[in-house]
Ligand binder design. Sequence first.
Ligand SMILES: NC(=O)C1=CN([C@@H]2O[C@H](COP(=O)(O)OP(=O)(O)OC[C@H]3O[C@@H](n4cnc5c(N)ncnc54)[C@H](O)[C@@H]3O)[C@@H](O)[C@H]2O)C=CC1
Ligand SMILES: O=C(CO)COP(=O)(O)O
Length: 335
Amino acid sequence: MTIDRTTAGIVGTGSWGSGLASLLAGNFKQINMIGNHQETVDEINEQHTNKHFLPALTLPENVHAFMDLEALKECSIVLVVIPTSGVRATAANIARLGLAKETVIISCSKGIEHATGDRMSSVLKEFLPDNPIAVLSGPNHAEEVSQQLATCAVIGAEDEALALELQKIFSASYFRTYTSDDLAGIELGGAIKNVFAISAGIADGLGLGDNAIAALVARGLAEMTRLGVALGGRTETFMGLSGIGDLMVTCYSSHSRNNRVGKALGRGGKLDDIVNSLGMVAEGVPNTKSIYEAARKANVRTPLIDAVYDILYNDKSSQEAMHELLNGDMRSEIE
Ligand SMILES: NC(=O)C1=CN([C@@H]2O[C@H](COP(=O)(O)OP(=O)(O)OC[C@H]3O[C@@H](n4cnc5c(N)ncnc54)[C@H](O)[C@@H]3O)[C@@H](O)[C@H]2O)C=CC1
Ligand SMILES: O=C(CO)COP(=O)(O)O
């Protein structure tokens, strides 16, 4: 299988859309980004920058931005890189374009849908049933990818030939991609880690120290795996780049917006103020609710997710939630 390398489309002119544009610009003649803010679109076209989202980035000259999805019609691949809350409406709008059925749609968003608990690839498939659907995930902060710092990712597609072709497309000297056919595991790891990144930030904000954060990563991985397997992912995927890899980077990196939200909460900030001052999406905030509800439906025990849920949505103090976690039922590590 060969994908035409003339034009790639990217829906979303935020941090990750811009990071991916800089990566794919080396592998396509032209990149068409679709934004929803005229100022950002103009800045990309006229200055080749996107200062609000990635101040250090200069985009290559073959990256162009548009306000209209029509610019996707000439693209052989379309990356959807917007907050998960907007993916259903965007998928419906993309479907109205009547794209060629060979156009490959790639979800790069991390989260599940609140109303349905659906993964983003399922939402896209619902509206674009004839198009091949793939997912891209991993420990991939846009700030570092856009500076061409060494990064690994995983591309998920059910069709092996498609996965192998996309692996080549998402490759650069600083960017190495692995293939997988476990879309559920990849997407669930990326969604669930957002909650634990908030918890690690909270521990940091409370000044709990490195031991506490390592414990949250390890117990978070156990919880991610337990819930992720119940929702259809494979254990080994949660042990990989899109599972523990992404969990670690967001629990330890100051680039992580979810981690920053948690840190501000741990320091006593109010959620609304924190989210409003962020100026970017922190998927863990809406996704804590979506994932908490999915865990209840699947009847899976998720004490860490429940603690973050209580802090975000039940006004529980960070101190009290952390105290309860440390003093909960005594258990075996493996259950
Ligand atoms: N920033 C990162 O390093 C990474 C982010 N992601 C995921 O990618 C997704 C997007 O994240 P970011 O780019 O970081 O967010 P961001 O907050 O930096 O940018 C989001 C962009 O999407 C635009 N947008 C929002 N709703 C839209 C809609 N309905 N149609 C078109 N554009 C819309 C916003 O105007 C903004 O330009 C999230 O699910 C995030 O978890 C995944 C990997 C890395
Ligand atoms: O998913 C990410 C890195 O892999 C981005 O994490 P944040 O959304 O927490 O910034």
